[in-house]
Write a new protein. Sequence first.
Length: 197
Amino acid sequence: MARDMTPVLKKCRALGIEPAYLGLNKQSKKKAKVVRKMSEYGMQLKEKQKAKFIYGVLEKPFRNYYEKAQKLHYGTTGENLMILLETRLDNVLFRMGFARTRDEARQIVSHREVKVNGKIVNIPSFGVKVGDQIEIKEKARGSQRFKDIVEVTGSRRSPEWVESDLEKLAGKIIKLPTREQIDVPVNEVQIVELYSK
């Protein structure tokens, strides 16, 4: 599986993202370099790179999400793209507080520790739907790893579109998120403009 091995804080600095959006409470001591005025294409590319980096998606799957977003009959393409990224299983686990970061959520899913509607799912990009029940496998619930996770994420607020119980490590998708409920600093309109060239 291909992975982006760039140091996280370095990439955050380059893209102008706060590490908090990734679930990290670190701060970079270095200052971002002052860059000259960026072209329109450069700004559009930067927005796409931000979205790919935050959600941990590589180029080809990202393009597939964009094409899928174009075919959906509700909302604009940009909003649909953000909703598709937000309803990935790894991101939902992160939002529910069952993982400290999206990377950790991906690992938890890959290690077959997550059940969706009673069935084990080991695909981080699995798209969840409204009404889906998501839970951590019984065997894994008592582990030290999840105790540590809950300790860190206990104070984090879950978004309104998910319901989560950190004691039982179980949750439910109440509704699809709206763009206003997605607190990611990405301008999806520029991504659409980039792809529609």
